[in-house]
Design a protein around this ligand. Structure first.
Ligand SMILES: C[S@@+](CC[C@H](N)C(=O)[O-])C[C@H]1O[C@@H](n2cnc3c(N)ncnc32)[C@H](O)[C@@H]1O
Length: 295
């Protein structure tokens, strides 16, 4: 069997789990390559199999599939609480961003689900803080690693003049663009792996072509995930973005809410923002701790 056939089959097989079905193939491949290396394997070992059935039965093949799925779940799949077919069907029925169906969509992603009953208050408090340290009312927003947060548009008391959103999956971004178009929100969503420098530079070029000046950048509940794959990456990402303000948040509890995450875990981040940015405020709710940062 040819290497490309093996690679494609592995990717297809890994994505058969519904929570991983919308991850881009290139992203799966990146993880796959890392896991192949970690296990001291080479794909050429699988060339000896003549049929896909034989390949699937091999212990090493099974190990690759399960380890890759487990790593992907940590950064992407674990947050999606239901099949994306569900969201597509709901979006088709939406005509306004105030539609009740929006709340059902917010409930399909773990992070927006956790904020669901507090969204109005969170935005009210966050923007009061942002305005108090100089954010203009006519602001543009970049929501990085956005998850389903763009669906919370109705809860912004002062709406952004432009909402740029980005996350890993092309399919998720397609759905957010359909939502923006149907509800006439001035916005755009584009897929991007923040840890891929070329993709990230390309994203920033597109952002600045569209909005010229970026006022606020959200990076909500994502830093831990980025750091688990590549240490110090979030510092690089934040220093590269030319935004007037950042809102960065961290979970206060582990997924499922069972354990509390110690504040010490974010002390490195506090030191970094003290050193790098001019001022910051903090804000917290039951499950989430926010830093409101002025460049
Ligand atoms: C805990 S969720 C937070 C989602 C959203 N920011 C929110 O708070 O509602 C983490 C998000 O980070 C995204 N993510 C993880 N690694 C990423 C990467 N390398 N590039 C872009 N997004 C990433 C995941 O797809 C997921 O949507």
């Amino acid at each position: 069997m040819e290497i490309n056939t093996i690679k494609n089959y592995l990717i297809k097989h890994i994505k058969e789990k519904k929570e991983l079905s919308t991850v881009d193939n290139e992203f799966v491949l990146k993880f796959l390559e890392k896991i192949i290396k970690k296990n001291n394997l080479v794909l050429e070992e699988f060339e000896k199999y003549t049929t896909l059935k034989q390949l699937e039965k091999s212990k090493k093949y099974k190990l690759l599939v399960s380890q890759c799925r487990s790593e992907l779940r940590k950064v992407y799949g674990v947050f999606i609480t239901q099949s994306t077919n569900n969201i597509e069907q709901k979006i088709k029925k939406i005509n306004s961003y105030t539609d009740d169906l929006i709340d059902e969509i917010l409930g399909l992603h773990q992070s927006s689900k956790e904020r669901q009953s507090h969204y109005s208050q969170i935005y009210l408090d966050l923007f009061e803080l942002l305005f108090s340290i100089g954010l203009e009312k006519n602001y543009s927003l970049l929501d990085l690693a956005c998850g389903y947060n763009p669906f919370s548009y109705k809860y912004f008391l002062v709406k952004p003049k432009y909402y740029f959103a980005s996350d890993l999956s092309t399919e998720d971004m397609k759905q957010i663009n359909i939502f923006f178009e149907k509800t006439k929100i001035n916005g755009f969503a584009k897929e991007c792996d923040l840890l891929n420098e070329i993709e990230f530079d390309n994203l920033l070029n597109i952002v600045f072509e569209k909005i010229k000046k970026l006022n606020v950048c959200f990076l909500l509940k994502t830093i831990d995930s980025l750091e688990s794959v590549s240490r110090h990456s979030s510092k690089k990402i934040l220093t590269k973005i030319n935004a007037d303000f950042f809102v960065v948040s961290f979970p206060k509890k582990t997924l499922g809410g069972k354990k509390t995450i110690s504040e010490n875990k974010r002390s490195w981040f506090e030191k970094f923002i003290q050193k790098t940015f001019s001022e910051y405020r903090t804000y917290e709710i039951e499950n989430e701790f926010f830093y409101i940062i002025k460049k």
